[in-house]
Design a protein around this ligand. Structure first.
Ligand SMILES: NC(=O)c1ccc[n+]([C@@H]2O[C@H](COP(=O)([O-])OP(=O)(O)OC[C@H]3O[C@@H](n4cnc5c(N)ncnc54)[C@H](OP(=O)(O)O)[C@@H]3O)[C@@H](O)[C@H]2O)c1
Length: 267
């Protein structure tokens, strides 16, 4: 099959491209770096020629409210129109578990707009909603940091590794469209404050002052209030296998090998 990965150079996109190529598919890694822009339409017609499946794993360069909305609306409208013209049989888009419960955030309003455009189209589709990636935990912790204090609510989270996200999206994309939403998540639940503590405990950066994680009922998840179960997937979600501690240990080792002076954990 010819499969086009829009956002094929990103965290998930690059893993998806490798995974699908290893299964023998013809895969185009489409992104502005490779001359394909889903917002302007540049290079789209050529990239989609003869494609059976298009997978949208783009992200907006700006998360400012109006910018991110404009990005997902324009990009999604373009993709759906070019795919319809080319007769592409499956549009797959990566979204986020709990999107409709997180609408205080402009980012999630934009993801909901993306989902609604897909659902309103005539294109055969599958929306894949994933929980937060392990690779995103650093950003969550940094966002809630003030000085040496990290204020986190105790809401539950069921994060998953980017490799497991890519495997699940690859599996779903190479099956027929469900014209609905599939949820994917990690194998374990954590309290947000506990996850932040575990993440920071694995860091061994001697140049940073240790940060203390405080469980604060008014603490925010990436700037928004979240209820106890807002970030959790449905009970029928497909679950990845990689555990957070396994990923954390691998990340620390990788970073220590790359730069023996510093072992701070990131993407
Ligand atoms: N972070 C999480 O925990 C989480 C959880 C669930 C779902 N998601 C969703 O997963 C998706 C992918 O996230 P990610 O972390 O893999 O993103 P990422 O690493 O930031 O990659 C974004 C990709 O989008 C491409 N892109 C940007 N502007 C584009 C344009 N105009 N046309 C075509 N491609 C464009 C980038 O291409 P260049 O490299 O050329 O700039 C890059 O390949 C997002 O939609 C996000 O909402 C995230």
């Amino acid at each position: 099959m010819k499969i086009v990965v829009i956002g094929g150079t990103g965290l998930i996109g690059s893993r998806l491209v490798t995974n699908l190529r290893s299964q023998g598919h013809e895969v185009v890694a489409a992104s502005p770096k490779n001359g394909v822009n889903s917002v302007t339409g540049d290079g789209l017609a050529k990239a989609l020629k003869g494609a059976s499946v298009v997978i949208d794993v783009t992200n907006s360069p700006s998360w400012e409210d109006s910018e991110v909305l404009k990005f997902f609306e324009t990009s999604t409208r373009n993709l759906l129109a070019y795919e319809a013209a080319e007769g592409v049989g499956h549009h797959v888009a990566l979204s986020v578990v709990g999107t409709e419960r997180l609408l205080e955030s402009g980012f999630f309003r934009a993801k909901l707009a993306q989902e609604n455009l897909i659902k309103a189209s005539k294109n055969p589709y599958t929306i894949v909603r994933a929980t937060q990636f392990f690779e995103f935990v650093k950003q969550i912790v940094d966002y809630s940091t003030e000085g040496n204090t990290v204020r986190m609510p105790s809401a539950l989270i069921q994060p998953m590794g980017a490799d497991d996200v890519a495997s699940a999206v690859a599996r779903i994309a190479t099956n027929p469209p469900v014209n609905g939403t599939v949820e994917i998540g990690g194998p374990e639940q954590f309290r947000l404050d506990e996850l932040a503590r575990r993440f920071l405990a694995a860091r061994q950066d001697p140049h940073q002052n240790p940060r203390e994680v405080i469980c604060d009922p008014h603490g925010r998840y990436y700037g928004i209030e979240v209820s106890e179960r807002a970030l959790l997937p449905d009970s029928n979600a497909q679950l990845g296998e990689t555990r957070f501690e396994t990923w954390l240990a691998q990340s620390v080792a990788q970073i220590a090998n790359a730069s023996p002076q510093s072992a701070s954990v990131g993407r």
